[in-house]
Structure formats: structure tokens, C-alpha cells
Design a protein around this ligand. Structure first.
Ligand SMILES: O=C(O)CCC(=O)C(=O)O
Ligand SMILES: [Fe+2]
Length: 196
């Protein structure tokens, strides 16, 4: 990752991809049922910036545990190989309904947050170019072209949170993912976390 980012198709182990995908689908189905009307998910307040619905992963479920355990191994590996000093991790499932988006943003601002590395995985089969919904990763604040990432099942994207502005383009179909962030030790900074 000497470029500061990494995009790896079908990189998440298949069993873990299956476990997480199934879990997210069951969660969506049960929420839909319980909510009756509406999508019954946690909404983010700033609809101007993002419109997806999220659910934080706590590790209370089997799928959540499996994910956090895989991430913990990755964290050890990244710290050994890249000396990133990653200390903790937070993540959520995200569901972008057709038309949902997340406008261009940074996951962290220099000196204002302890989020260092963003990690995203996708759970969408047979994604077509016409489905839209790409992640666009920009090289820096001036880049207007970016690199488009198709949110295909098992693809992993990682990038330095303070370095790469990015956005999620609106899709024509449901788009499922997990987004997470490795953090530095909080005791090293008393800054307020970025808004969720
Ligand atoms: O789902 C994606 O491709 C990116 C999501 C994102 O940028 C975020 O949740 O901060
Ligand atoms: Fe982001």
C-alpha cells in the first residue's frame, strides 16, 4: 500500500463474505418486517451529504464476531508490515437504497480525528456498469476524475482516511457494504470524533 490505497476484488474470504452477506440480508428483512411502514433503519441526520442507512457492528452476533476477528488479524498484519499504529476499529453495515448517495468527503481531517485507515467491503452480486453506485476515490483535493470502484461481492477497499476524498454515486439498485475505520489510540488525542 505504498500509494496510500488498495483495491482488491474478491479479497474477503468467501466464507466470511457469505456470512456477512447473509447476516445483512436477514437484518434487512427483519427490520422491514418489524418496522411495518418505512425502512426502519438508522438514518443519518445530514441528508444533504449522505442518505444511506447504517447499523453499527458491535460483535454481539456471530457474523459481527467473525468480521471483527478477521479485522483484528488484518490489523496485526498492517501494523507489522506498515507500522501504522492501528489501535482500534469501528464499522457499520450500510445499505444504499436506489437513489442513495454519499457526497464527496474525507473520512478524517488532518489533526482533527484519530481515524487513520478506512476499510470498505461490498456484498453485491452481478453488479453491472448500468447499476451505477460506484465508489469514486480521488487522489487529492484537486482531483476531479478519481478512480471508480465497482461495489462487487467480496471486494475490499482500503485507503488512508485523511488523504483521499471520495464519494458514493447514486445506484439504481440496492447496494450493500460494510464501512469501517481503524483508529489510533484515543488517549493520544483529545479531539472530538467526526460526526457519524
Ligand atoms: O460505500 C462506500 O463505497 C464508501 C462509504 C463511505 O465513504 C463512508 O461510509 O464513509
Ligand atoms: Fe467515506
Amino acid at each position: 500500500m505504498n500509494t496510500g490505497y488498495s483495491i482488491i476484488p474478491t479479497a474477503l474470504p468467501a466464507w466470511l463474505t457469505d456470512t456477512l452477506f447473509t447476516h445483512q440480508q436477514l437484518m434487512e428483512a427483519s427490520k422491514f418486517k418489524n418496522a411495518g411502514v418505512g425502512r426502519g433503519k438508522q438514518y443519518l441526520k445530514n441528508e444533504f451529504v449522505r442518505t444511506d442507512a447504517i447499523s453499527w457492528i458491535t460483535g454481539e452476533t456471530k457474523a459481527g464476531k467473525a468480521w471483527l476477528s478477521w479485522v483484528a488479524d488484518l490489523q496485526v498484519y498492517l501494523n507489522r508490515r506498515l507500522f501504522l499504529g492501528l489501535f482500534s476499529f469501528e464499522s457499520h453495515f450500510a445499505h444504499y437504497s436506489p437513489g442513495d448517495y454519499y457526497k464527496r468527503h474525507y473520512d478524517a481531517f488532518k489533526g482533527e480525528s484519530n481515524r487513520v485507515l478506512s476499510l470498505i467491503v461490498y456484498f453485491n452480486s452481478n453488479w453491472l456498469a448500468s447499476d451505477g453506485g460506484e465508489l469514486v476515490l480521488y487522489q487529492d483535493q484537486y482531483d476531479q476524475t478519481g478512480i471508480k470502484v465497482v461495489p462487487l461481492m467480496g471486494t475490499i477497499v482500503a485507503f488512508l482516511s485523511e488523504e483521499f476524498p471520495h464519494e458514493v454515486l447514486a445506484a439504481n439498485r440496492d447496494r450493500y457494504s460494510i464501512a469501517g475505520w481503524f483508529r489510533l489510540n484515543t488517549s493520544m488525542t483529545d479531539r472530538v470524533d467526526p460526526p457519524r
